[in-house]
Design a protein around this ligand. Structure first.
Ligand code: 1HE
Length: 264
């Protein structure tokens, strides 16, 4: 059963909850879910205010497009200091997604462009409907990415691909995105939300400490030199297995009460 979540948000966002999954919908389809400052602050608010019992989040966009990126009508004259502060606002909000309380699944359709792609890149799992397409039109608008794309996208698709996308305005389809690492799951039109919710529910069923390790330790270990990485991995592994939840889950498997791994 879907219920409203009591988090104060602008009208461009809707917060709901379905059991252990918190759902955030970009709700400005008439503007193709363009992201204005108020919406960015609302996204940060949502991901910092998740109530207890929530184990995963689902991020989706109303209408035919996930997001057209930065709200270009708000691009007023900013001086350099204000420009840095604006970009930092996005960084702060999207950090709350990538390094927040719970893993986040994004459901993508239509345009996933500019800041919309930066938002999607902050999620942990991306479910793309066949209609989804990825682009970085900043070059043609005379601006530069500011929502963390320079950091996140090279790690997903490589520097060379991002350079090409920005210089030539190249668009990638949802299918192409799957080969590149942008699309984690490819689904048919209108099937994205159901698939995303199913995955989020599954994630919410994991041990919270394992989800924490995957979100917070894994990406940092991957950036470390190997010797430090092995060391932190050993610590994280010992911490996770010492948790009573892990002990109960292992016992359940050994007593044949837990599901086996199956071919899907
Ligand atoms: C917008 C925006 C927007 C639509 N800011 N208002 N992003 C872009 O460069 C993408 C710009 N948008 C588009 O290319 C197209 O709108 C779409 C391909 C996404 C969708 O096309 P379509 O035909 O379905 O819609 P539309 O008729 O273009 O747009 C409907 C309305 O939304 C229209 O307003 P209206 O008052 O005339 O109805 C559009 O002006 C409005 N709209 N996109 C403001 N982005 C942290 S830095 C990040 C830097 C970036 O993100 S740069 C990339 C910006």
């Amino acid at each position: 059963m879907t219920e409203r979540l009591a988090i104060r948000l602008p009208s461009s966002l809707v917060a709901e909850r379905e059991g252990p999954v918190a759902i955030l919908r970009l709700n400005r389809p008439q503007k193709r879910n363009a992201l204005d400052d108020e919406t960015i602050v609302g996204i940060e608010q949502f991901f910092t205010s998740l109530p207890g019992g929530v184990g995963a989040a689902l991020l989706a966009g109303e209408g035919e497009h996930f997001s057209a990126g930065l709200d270009l009508s708000e691009l007023e004259e900013r001086d350099i200091v204000q420009g840095i502060a604006h970009s930092n606002l996005w960084h702060r909000a999207f950090e709350k997604i990538q390094f927040g309380k719970v893993p986040v699944v994004a459901v993508l359709q239509g345009a996933v462009v500019g800041g919309g792609l930066e938002l999607a890149a902050a999620a942990h799992v991306r479910v793309a409907e066949r209609s989804a397409y990825y682009a970085l039109p900043e070059g043609s608008r005379g601006i530069y990415v500011g929502g963390g794309a320079s950091v996140r996208l090279p790690r997903l698709i490589g520097v060379a691909r991002m350079v090409d996308m920005m210089l030539t305005g190249r668009t990638y389809s949802a299918e192409e995105g799957q080969a590149m690492g942008l699309t984690t799951y490819l689904v048919e039109t209108a099937k994205g939300f159901t698939k995303g919710l199913e995955l989020a529910q599954r994630i919410a069923g994991n041990a919270p400490l394992t989800n924490f390790a995957v979100m917070h330790a894994l990406p940092r270990i991957a950036e470390m030199d190997p010797a430090a990485g092995y060391s932190v991995e050993a610590l994280m592994s010992a911490i996770a297995q010492a948790d009573p939840d892990a002990k109960a889950r292992l016992k359940a498997f050994l007593e044949k009460r837990a599901p086996k791994v199956t071919r899907s």
